[in-house]
Each structure stands twice: as C-alpha cells, then as structure tokens.
Design a protein around this ligand. Structure first.
Ligand SMILES: [Zn+2]
Length: 377
C-alpha cells in the first residue's frame, strides 16, 4: 500500500518545484525518453530532494548496530530497508538511493563478512531499484568514504581504486540513473570516486564532502576549493553532506555556491551543531558529564521540523537545489523539507492540524470546558 500512496500525485505550490514530483508520479519514462529519470533536467526545473542517512534511522529502529554502521539488515530484514525507502518517498524524497553506504570491501572486512560483498551490494541495489521504479523516483548508486584512503600509501590507494571500481560496476549493472559519492573527507578520495564512475558510466555524478570540525578537507582544501576541483574534473553536482547540522553547514554552502558554476548539494545532519562544536561527532551533552553524544546520545540535539524547513528555504534561496537531510533524519524531517519547498508529498495528508485538538483546537465542536483549561494543559 505504501508504494501506491507514494504514487499519489503531488500538488506543488511553489513555482521552482512545479515539475519535479508532479512529473514523476505516474508511469516512469523509459530510459532516455524523458526528463523524469534525468537528474540534471530535474535540477534545471527546481529542487531535487534526496533522503540520506538510512543507517542512523535503521539503527534507531533496531535493525543496525551503531559503531561499524554496516547495513547487515539488507540480508537480515530486506523488507525493513524497502519500507524505509518507501517511507522516505512517501515523505517527499525524489530519489531512492541504494543503501550501499559502508557495503564496501573495507567495512565488510572489519566485521568479518567480506564474502558477502557481492550479494550485499546486489541486494541493496535491487531493493532500491524496485522502489525507484515503482514510485517514479530517481535511482541513485552510492559510493562513500573508504576509511583507508592515504595519499602517502600506494597500496591503500590501489585498494581504494578497487573498492570504487567494483561498487561502480555493480551499480552500473543495476541501471542507476545517477551516482552519489558522499561523506568524503579527502578531495583526493573524492576525485578517485569520480574517476571510477567516469571510467564505467556517463550518468550524472553528485559528489559531496563531509566536513569535520576543521573547515578544511583532510588534504587541506577549503570546501569551496575542493568543490571547484571536483567540478573541473567533471562532477555535475558538488557540495556537502553529513557531519554538520544546518547552522554550521550553511555558511560553507554559501562559499561553495559562490565558487562553482554547477549545481550545489546540501544535506546536513538534523542536529543543532554550533560554531564551537560544528560537527555532530564533536557535540557534547552537558547533562551527562559533557560526554560525546555521538552516535547514540544525540537525541537532545535533534532539529525540529521547523528548523529543517528553515534550512530548506534558506538553502534554496541561496541557490542550493540538491537538498536532503543526512544521518539522523527521519521521514518527518524529509516531509518538513519538502513542504518548505512548496511540495505536498503524500505524507502531507497527515501534517499537523491543531484546529481539532482537544485543548488547543479552534473547531466549533471543541467544548468550552476544554478550551478554558488550555493554559493549565
Ligand atoms: Zn550522514
């Protein structure tokens, strides 16, 4: 049923987005026969919303272990992954991104499951493709940080190239509409990801860096410089995802927007990061002896829907068109983002309406005995 709901025709209020969801609601166009599966055509017409951060949501739901953050759930409960994709589409995501984040050789080696590399990638791609084709959303392949990149280590570089090449290969086989290379801390590693994609495919490429506390990539470039390099190397969309909340990501997005000509992506984590603790890994919770809140104690810092909506409006006004929310995002955040851009995704059917509330309602049928008690509620 959820898949059906996700197909419900979206009503778009704001002009810039008029074509995105409404164009993607019925039968998806065959490859090359329209703009529905063309990321760049969609971006030309308005914002594209991409829900990311699946691993955090799956962890919260009790299907993924924090720490290694490997989505073994792809084998254990594929139906949960499928439902999460559907939930995000229902909430307004224009994209179904394959959950191949951390399904690469290095991470599987760390948890002792390297033998499952191929079937786990294929499982992630198969689930995402099925949801994308059923819902008319874009089907994105995904590459991410390898955690072994070291510019001074030739054998590590060789292994990074292998990791990217093989994951690109499986995604190309699955027929992705475009690629995302994300959560990258090194410009050098990002370039390698882009090169691997370009070796095997001509589809559009989104490359996003994840900035830690320093406003520099780990190889010493400002995010704007790093994005310029990726644009020059052929990336279609450049920007930032993860690690930083809206407050500490927006200033960097502004710099990137001014530095490049191509489309820009902004997918913050939904946490209240501040200049002194600009990344979600650096947040400490004063209630608990100032311990590091990452990754499972971040709840007190979660952004409200209004804060995510503010981010959406502000980023779009800056000219950031590829928008989403990363680790920590739930479907309610994606709906808030979509609505901030004038969308009316299927989940908006259930957006808050306090007029019928037992105490705060304004409906004629709400009894005076209740509304008079409002201040004591
Ligand atoms: Zn993330």
């Amino acid at each position: 049923m959820a898949a059906k709901k996700a197909k419900v025709k979206a009503k778009s209020k704001a002009k810039p987005q008029a074509t995105s969801r409404s164009a993607s609601t019925s039968r998806p166009a065959a490859r090359g026969q329209g703009s529905e599966r063309d990321l760049l055509a969609r971006l030309k017409n308005g914002a594209v919303i991409c829900a990311e951060g699946y691993v955090f949501e799956l962890e919260r739901r009790g299907y993924l272990q924090a720490g290694a953050f490997v989505p073994e759930v792809l084998f254990d409960h594929p139906e949960v992954v499928e439902q999460l994709h559907l939930d995000f589409v229902h909430a307004g995501s224009d994209v179904t991104q394959a959950l191949t984040y951390y399904v690469h050789r290095e991470k599987l080696r760390v948890i002792g499951r390297e033998k499952d590399l191929v079937p786990m990638n294929r499982a992630a791609l198969g689930i995402a493709r099925s949801v994308a084709r059923r819902t008319g959303t874009l089907f994105a392949g995904d590459l991410c940080n390898t955690n072994i990149y070291d510019p001074a280590d030739k054998s590590a570089i060789k292994e990074v190239a292998r990791i990217f090449d093989e994951q690109v290969g499986w995604a190309v086989e699955a027929g992705v509409d475009y690629f995302v290379a994300e959560t990258l801390g090194w410009a050098g590693e990002a370039l390698m990801a882009l090169e691997a994609i370009r070796r095997h495919s001509k589809v559009p490429v989104v490359v996003t860096f994840a900035m830690h506390q320093e406003e520099l990539t780990r190889d010493g470039l400002t995010p704007a410089e790093a994005c310029q390099r990726l644009e020059a190397a052929g990336a279609d969309v450049v920007g930032l995802n993860c690690h930083r909340g809206p407050a500490t990501m927006l200033p960097l997005l502004r710099q990137i927007r001014a530095a490049v000509k191509c489309h820009v992506a902004g997918l913050p984590v939904p946490y209240r990061t501040v200049p002194t603790q600009p990344s979600f890994m650096s947040l400490t919770d004063p209630c608990c002896g100032d311990r590091r809140a990452f990754p499972v104690g971040l709840d007190p810092f979660v952004c409200t829907r209004a804060e995510i909506a503010d981010f959406g409006r502000e980023a779009f006004a800056l000219g950031i068109r590829y928008l989403g929310v990363c680790c920590g995002a739930g479907p309610h955040h994606i709906r808030a983002l979509a609505e901030s851009l004038g969308r009316h995704p299927p989940a908006s059917r259930y957006s808050a309406d306090m007029s019928k509330h037992a105490f705060f309602g304004t409906d004629k049928q709400i009894r005076k005995i209740q509304t008079d008690y409002r201040d004591k509620a």
